[in-house]
Design a protein around this ligand. Structure first.
Ligand SMILES: Cc1ncc(COP(=O)(O)O)c(C=O)c1O
Length: 436
């Protein structure tokens, strides 16, 4: 094992033995190399005369750049857009995102979490978290309705077993009983489990209520207290788009941090969907460890291991993208404009609920619970969902996503209010036509 990795592991063990047992083999071996990067960082501070360390090109005291490139980048200097960002992400963005975490999640007040590490989108965060914390054969607990890409990232690429519980009760709430049974069943068979919590959810658009969230946290704490190491990973991709009164308005991460030394909370969130900059690929990984003597050294070690995983994977996320997001966050009116966009999506969700749940469609589908995010799902009756999808696309030019044989996902995030009724009328027509 590399000496730096050994030192990081020593710091982790000093404060939390369970945490060490949660790291994957790769995670244990990960470190942030001192070599060129730290020498370059040192030179940046001290080499006032000549700095010949970094692998970029300079001229006349500035960054070498092509006018054909810079003409498309207004308002950002080449230093803040074209040069490499650190593998950890640019410090000002990490700091600003952390400050906002507390604003967005009031229950985090007074709880110490790590400084977020920047990734290239939440998809990348999941892959990096998997590198650090999951070995082939480990289990990740997920609902039966989930974002399909988890399968590719965790199961296909990592060799992890996805263990699923039924998401909803018959009455239409989060199935706490099924969740608890699945968590306890897996905990009985192994000494470490990982639970992936995604609210607002893809594909259903469901976020747990405050009460359901508290109970999820209680269940995970109970299992951790029983001696199982629990890694609770939150995928907060659609954070902030909460449309109902009783819905939890913060990440369940905030309820999980600091509950037990056997419970590690990992938050994955990002600007991609929250700030409507999907293609900029800016996201974050933040750790919440139960307070212990060595907490800041542990966070430092975890951030270094995470940045090491990124260094060995994509090296660093786009500096241009990070600067654009940071500048947006500093701009007057940032929160107001986010709020205004959220209101547009909320109005669509309300309209979709009003239309899709109407009794005139009762014989064609039932509606899964939804209260947040970008999506909602219907369960079609008497026709195959994929056949219906293809039929609607071919005959009416209407594009939807089919999931399995019964479910259709509607992304109301990208339909205008005025198109909602027509959309569901068309789906209804399609169902009737297929039924013949
Ligand atoms: C639940 C969930 N997580 C993550 C992602 C991907 O997010 P990103 O674009 O930041 O990689 C998606 C979306 O496509 C998603 O639905």
């Amino acid at each position: 094992m590399n000496e730096i990795a050994r030192q990081l592991n020593d710091e982790i063990v000093k404060g939390s033995q369970p945490l060490m047992g949660m790291l994957s083999e790769v995670g244990k071996n990960l470190f942030f190399p001192k070599g060129i990067l730290s020498q370059g960082a040192e030179a940046k501070q001290k080499a006032h005369r000549i700095n010949a360390t970094i692998g970029i090109a300079k001229e006349e005291g500035g960054i070498m750049c092509l006018p054909s490139v810079t003409k498309s980048i207004d308002g950002l200097t080449p230093e803040n857009s074209l040069t490499y960002a650190p593998s950890f992400g640019i410090p000002a963005l990490r700091k600003a995102w952390k400050e906002n975490l507390v604003t967005k999640n009031p229950s985090l007040e007074g709880k110490e979490v790590s400084l977020p590490v920047v990734t290239c989108g939440i998809t990348h965060s999941i892959a990096i978290v998997a590198d650090l914390w999951l070995d082939p054969g480990d289990v990740v607990i997920l609902p039966n309705m989930m974002w399909g890409n988890y399968n590719l990232i965790l199961s296909v690429r990592k060799g992890v077993t996805l263990s699923k519980y039924t998401l909803f009760t018959e009455a239409g709430g989060f199935n706490l009983e099924a969740f608890e049974a699945k968590v306890k069943e897996e905990a009985a068979n192994r000494d470490k489990i990982t639970v992936l919590l995604n609210f607002p959810q893809n594909p259903t658009g469901y976020t747990v209520t405050v009460d359901e969230a508290k109970k999820i946290a209680d269940i995970l704490e109970e299992v951790a207290a029983g001696g199982t190491k629990v890694i609770a990973v939150t995928d907060d991709a659609y954070f902030g788009l909460f449309f109902e009164e009783e819905t939890l308005k913060e990440s369940i991460f905030s309820l999980l941090v600091g509950r037990h030394e056997n419970l590690l909370a990992i938050k994955m969130d990002g600007a991609t969907k929250e700030d409507y900059v999907w293609g900029l690929r800016v996201a974050f990984i933040t750790y919440g460890v139960t307070p212990c003597d060595n907490l800041s050294a542990i966070y430092d070690a975890l951030e270094k291991k995470t940045a090491g995983a990124i260094r060995g994977n994509i090296s660093n996320a786009s500096h241009l993208s990070q600067s654009i997001v940071l500048e947006a966050m500093k701009t007057d009116g940032y929160w107001e404009s986010k709020g205004a966009k959220g209101e547009i999506l909320k109005a669509r969700a309300n309209k979709v609920r009003e239309v899709a749940c109407a009794s005139e469609y009762e014989d064609a589908w039932s509606v899964y619970p939804f209260n947040s995010g970008y999506f909602m799902c219907i369960c079609v009756k008497g026709v195959d969902a994929e056949e219906l999808r293809v039929h609607l696309l071919d005959k009416y030019g209407v594009g939807l996503i089919s999931l399995g044989s019964t479910d259709i996902r509607v992304a109301f995030s990208c339909i205008e209010l005025d198109d909602v009724k027509e959309l569901f009328d068309t789906i209804y027509k399609g169902v009737q036509e297929l039924k013949g």
